[in-house]
Design a protein around this ligand. Structure first.
Ligand code: ADE
Ligand code: SF4
Length: 372
């Protein structure tokens, strides 16, 4: 369906497709859930209570709580005037207890600000405690048939698969795009069946693992199904990229000894002996031909005979990845040993108090061929 606005066709219209909602509605009427205790009522209080309980919690776990809760708090007035301890006691075991605190606060506001009637406008509902945009839409769709789009975790998964959405749905840009689709796909009528149908599809067929595509009314239009990517979509939360650092390390050698430096007490490898490091970045190119930065750094240790860049090694810490770039420096003669530095015999390096990756580097280096 395309609608003209004063600006011409909007992006909204490009996403519209009435056959989508029709497929969901037709399926819901035959295969969806019809006798859950919060269905077949337009009582906004009951619908609201169910939607809050069903946030992050499955239907089977909610059923008993819902019944006991309504028995104790039959109306929003009963809930608003109850002590919070009483509300918490009836929520105990359902988890995510912020929901219970918000539930009570919301009931108080509905009584005080709206005379006990939940507002019919989803935007006003979404301003109340514990009610987000998707929950507000679900409440008004079920209690009034209002055209408002839901987009909870299940619906995101269905949309991401059907439309082959590339990108993590938790990312703002992707989530915004999903909301535009959700808005554009709303049917003109049958909002209850459509909204319940999306929820039922996500909960019963288009499950996170092993979706039941053969039974799915959206299969013929599903990008994930067509391309065999139901396991890859929706895209999972990207792992945080670990920061990478580079340390140019000097392997200063003379007469079967290597020069080691005691590290400052605080910081990484605090207090251990390690290879002296060159401040700042020494490009491999510069280092390979005994570049200026390196030359300046090594002169303090003695008369330099040869400088050679060795293959970099990677060491992974919990918080970052360290690229260790060793530079072999052969001395013809030693200068006075600088403060906090010591010469250690290479053939006793196994016993030195060195960080593990540095010790490994030196042991690998100490293989006779390299020091022939
Ligand atoms: N999850 C969230 N709302 C729901 C509803 N109305 N029915 C079933 N599952 C749901
Ligand atoms: Fe989900 Fe499969 Fe249906 Fe696609 S065809 S929406 S993956 S159940």
């Amino acid at each position: 369906m395309k609608r003209l606005t004063e600006f011409g066709l909007t992006e909204f219209d490009d996403l519209a497709d009435p056959t989508f909602s029709q497929a969901v509605i037709d399926w819901q009427r035959v295969h969806g859930r019809h006798s859950l205790p919060w269905q077949n009522t337009r009582d906004a209080y009951r619908v609201w209570l169910s939607e809050i309980m069903l946030q992050q919690t499955q239907v089977a776990a909610v059923l008993g709580y819902y019944a006991r809760f309504l028995e104790r708090f039959p109306t929003v007035h009963d809930l608003a005037s109850a002590p919070i301890e009483d509300v918490m006691a009836h929520w105990s075991g359902l988890g995510y207890y912020t929901r219970a605190r918000n539930l009570h606060a919301c009931a108080v506001r509905v009584v005080n600000e709206y005379g006990g009637e939940f507002p019919a406008d989803p935007a006003l509902l979404a301003d109340l405690p514990g009610i987000g945009r998707s929950t507000a839409a679900a409440i008004t769709a079920f209690s009034n048939g209002t055209r408002a789009a839901i987009l909870d975790g299940n619906v995101k998964r269905v949309f991401a698969r059907v439309f082959g959405v590339e990108g993590y749905p938790g990312e703002k840009r992707i989530e915004d795009a999903l909301w535009r689709r959700a808005d554009a796909l709303l049917p003109e009528e049958s909002m209850e069946a459509y909204t319940q149908g999306l929820m039922d599809l996500g909960a019963t067929l288009c499950t996170r693992s092993k979706p039941d595509c053969p039974r799915c009314p959206l299969q013929a239009r599903c990008v994930a199904y067509a391309t065999g990517r139901t396991e890859e979509l929706p895209v999972r939360k990207p792992k945080k990229t670990t920061p990478e650092k580079r340390a140019d390390m000097l392997v200063v050698l003379h007469d079967g000894h290597v020069l080691l430096e005691q590290r400052p007490a605080s910081g990484i490898w605090g207090g251990l002996l390690s290879l002296p490091e060159v401040d700042g970045h020494v490009g491999i190119e510069t280092a390979r031909d005994g570049g200026i930065a390196l030359a300046a750094a090594v002169q303090a240790f003695g008369e330099v005979e040869e400088v050679q860049a060795l293959l970099p090694l990677v060491h992974v810490f919990t918080h970052y990845k360290l690229h260790m770039a060793p530079h072999k420096v052969l001395l013809a003669a030693r200068a006075v040993t600088p403060e906090r530095h010591v010469w250690v015999r290479l053939d006793g390096i196994e016993d030195a108090a060195l960080p593990a990756p540095v010790k490994k580097l030196l042991i690998d280096l100490a293989r006779p061929s390299l020091f022939a």
